[in-house]
Design a protein around this ligand. Structure first.
Ligand code: ADP
Length: 374
């Protein structure tokens, strides 16, 4: 106890020891090397905390674990002080003060270590700036997709309500005529009205079925390596009667394996082959072939039909967009919208090259099996 009291009483005393220059045998070179090295360390250890504090005050709002920064700054500063005192002791032998500074530095160092170990699990859980940037771009991408989906949903709802209204209006008008006044309602007229009501309701039924098909194509479908030839064969089986009736010939060439869903692809080919038969002059000739280009597989569905006006090719993949009157060609105008949705969920694209009177070629781009499917 007495030693401790004496220690603090003579904390700044320098008369009990010789200055370090006189303690042992120092050459100038050796002594100055010691002093300069200590002063260099002290300078750096004095400035590093300033840099840390400056950074901390600038980024205070976003920095986590601020206490660690402060502890680290204090620990470095105190370590620097010990080097400063070491250098000074060549002239002023303040061994007691130096010991006290070392004690404080030691305790602060251990405390910093303890605190670091404590927060380490939490620190590991923190996302790196690269991870955060990736997450932000993922979110932006998802938001953009959502905005696009909302937009097309709005357009879709508009088109659906608009197109469904038309047969509904007809049903209302002819029903009113049917129950309405009398004199012009010959039996013949009544039959014609009922016939129109039936046709309109059948048309509505077909439209509702198509809308349902469109809405159930989704991203949840399972994907596998698929031979498109098998999907084409399935589609042709379903179209057997139409193929026979139209006398169409379908020529299927080599089709490379793709990453996809066989059911969806069968539906895609069914719509395209069905259209090729429907929009033909006579004797439809349909060619289906493919090739690999980089990590993509391109499939072509070519017909010798009536063709499409170049100015309208961008329209036809939207729901209910028809270029032909329903009296010329039956349909609800949703087949190609289904095709587009199927290709979209495959991460691919669909387009068409065509000229009036010269047939059309639908071009489908899908992913090869070994290309990463996102
Ligand atoms: P739908 O066949 O019920 O009319 P689709 O969405 O399948 O609806 O096609 C949209 C429109 O695109 C058709 O009405 C037609 O005008 C045009 N079209 C589609 N396929 C072909 C084709 N192979 N040849 C010519 N026109 C086509």
């Amino acid at each position: 106890m007495q030693q401790i009291i004496d220690f603090f009483k003579g904390l700044f005393a320098t008369d009990k020891w010789p200055a370090r220059w006189h303690c042992g045998e120092w050459s100038d070179f050796h002594g100055w090397m010691y002093i300069i090295s200590d002063l260099m360390i002290w300078t750096a250890y004095f400035l590093i905390p300033l840099v840390i504090l400056n950074y901390l005050s600038a980024k205070k709002a976003i920095i986590k674990f601020q206490k660690v920064y402060l502890l680290f700054a204090a620990f470095i500063l105190l370590c620097g002080m010990t080097h400063f005192f070491d250098a000074m002791m060549f002239w002023i032998p303040m061994y007691r003060l130096n010991a006290l500074v070392r004690l404080v530095a030691g305790v602060t160092s251990l405390f910093t270590l303890f605190y670091l170990v404590k927060i380490l699990p939490q620190a590991f859980k923190q996302k790196t700036s690269v991870e955060l940037e990736n997450e932000i771009s993922r979110r932006i991408e998802a938001e953009t997709k959502l905005a696009e989906a909302n937009k097309s949903l709005e357009a879709f709802a508009y088109v659906v309500s608009h197109d469904l209204k038309e047969p509904l209006r007809k049903i209302r008008i002819y029903s009113q005529k049917l129950i309405g006044s009398t004199s012009e309602n010959s039996d013949e007229n009544r039959v014609a009205y009922v016939q129109k009501i039936i046709t309109s309701s059948e048309r509505m039924q077909a439209m509702v079925d198509d809308i349902l098909t469109l809405s159930i194509v989704d991203n949840i479908a399972e994907f596998d390596n698929v031979l498109p030839g098998k999907a084409v064969a399935k589609a042709m089986q379903d179209l057997e009667i139409k193929l026979l009736e139209s006398g169409a010939s379908v020529n299927v060439g080599e089709l490379p394996v793709v990453r996809g869903n066989e059911e969806y692809l069968a539906q895609l080919f069914m719509n395209l082959i069905g259209n090729a038969i429907k929009f033909s002059k006579s004797n439809p000739v349909i060619k289906i072939y493919g090739e690999v280009k980089g990590d993509k597989v391109i499939i072509y569905v070519k017909d010798n039909g009536i063709g499409i006006d170049e100015n309208n090719v961008s329209k036809i993949f939207s729901p209910f967009q028809r270029l032909h009157n329903k009296t010329d060609f039956e349909g609800s105008g949703i087949g190609l919208a289904i095709c587009k949705k199927i290709v979209d969920v495959h991460g691919g694209t669909i387009s068409v090259q065509s000229k009036i009177g010269e047939g059309s070629t639908f071009i489908i781009e899908l992913l090869k099996p070994d290309s990463a499917y996102k």
